[in-house]
Design a binder for this molecule. Structure first.
Ligand code: PLP
Length: 299
């Protein structure tokens, strides 16, 4: 963390800077938009390298346009040369070439926390968010470069080849991912009747249960969860506490979600900023920081 004087002579603290490496969802429910809102909600500053431009709405993903590899590499290098990155969160990668670029980038820049959400398919729409060669690359190469991996059940099945149906099989998949080189794994069971996450790391295995929130608005839950873990780790929590806090945050963001389109709405990552609108007829005049020139002219 560093401080810089500004032109007022005040000293503004720079919060942890977190890097999202992910795709752009124009409906802003998932991908980098979810990551940046989540970082902001945790008092972190987010920067982002875009791996793909998707065409999607709340009704699903219609198309994916992968960022040219050289452009992704240039984005990553420009950001890493410029900022002091406290943690990197990796989401959608689109294809093997972009996944390999990210692996090279991680080899060149050693970050304290690398959170890998091995995104493969969207909940709605039949576009792939990562091609099959990319998925194999994630399994064989990227997994071991991450400090935490956060697969959901279908992703855990693909990565391990195991059938994952319940908490015991989530534990088995998590253990297998450790054997395959992951340093820590959180298998997320958001779609189970009783949503349960399983944390596996060299210290052991632990399950975290939660109550099911009845909501259609869960678009971007995986992105939000892994970004919340990144923010908690970057602000000094240990992994166990980061997982507990991230799960509580995602649950609340689903509870406070609202509809934005015709399909599955985004989580409300910014629920902590919610304020009731002022009562009718009450006009709030800023008392602070007003400059004479900014005052309305008298007529
Ligand atoms: N679009 C982008 C860019 C994503 O990164 C993701 C998930 O990671 C999705 C869409 C799919 O999100 P969901 O399955 O939560 O709807």
């Amino acid at each position: 963390m560093s401080t810089h004087g500004n032109h007022n002579g005040h000293s503004n603290h720079t919060p942890p800077i977190l890097l999202a490496i992910a795709g752009f969802d124009p409906s802003c429910g998932a991908g980098v938009a979810a990551d940046l809102k989540t970082f902001a909600a945790h008092n972190c500053y987010g920067i982002a390298a875009i791996t793909a431009l998707t065409v999607q709405s709340t009704q699903g993903v219609r198309a994916v346009h992968a960022t040219p590899t050289a452009t992704l590499r240039a984005q990553l290098d420009a950001l890493a040369e410029d900022a002091n990155i406290a943690a990197a969160k990796i989401g959608m990668l689109a294809n093997r070439a972009n996944a390999a670029t990210v692996a090279e980038f991680l080899d060149k820049n050693k970050f304290a926390h690398v959170i890998l959400d091995p995104v493969s398919r969207p909940t709605a729409g039949d576009a792939e968010l990562l091609d099959s060669a990319g998925l194999k690359f994630v399994r064989d190469e990227l997994l071991k470069r991450a400090t935490v991996v956060t697969p959901n059940i279908p992703e855990a099945e693909f990565l391990t080849g195991l059938q994952v149906r319940d908490v015991p099989s989530m534990k088995a998949a998590g253990q297998k991912l450790l054997e395959m080189g992951a340093r820590a794994v959180v298998v997320t069971g958001g779609h189970l009747e009783k949503p349960t996450d399983v944390l596996c790391d060299p210290a052991g295995v632990e399950t975290f249960g939660g109550d099911h929130v009845r909501s259609q608005h869960t678009h971007g839950s995986g992105c939000t969860f892994s970004s919340a873990i990144a923010a908690q780790l970057a602000t000094g929590q240990n992994l166990r506490d980061a997982v507990i806090l991230a799960k509580a945050y995602v649950t609340q963001a689903i509870e406070k979600a609202y509809q934005t389109g015709k399909g599955a709405g985004p989580l409300n990552q910014l629920f902590r900023f919610h304020q009731e609108p002022p009562a009718r007829g009450v006009h709030e005049v800023p008392q602070h920081g007003m400059h004479p020139a900014a005052e309305p002219a008298a007529h």
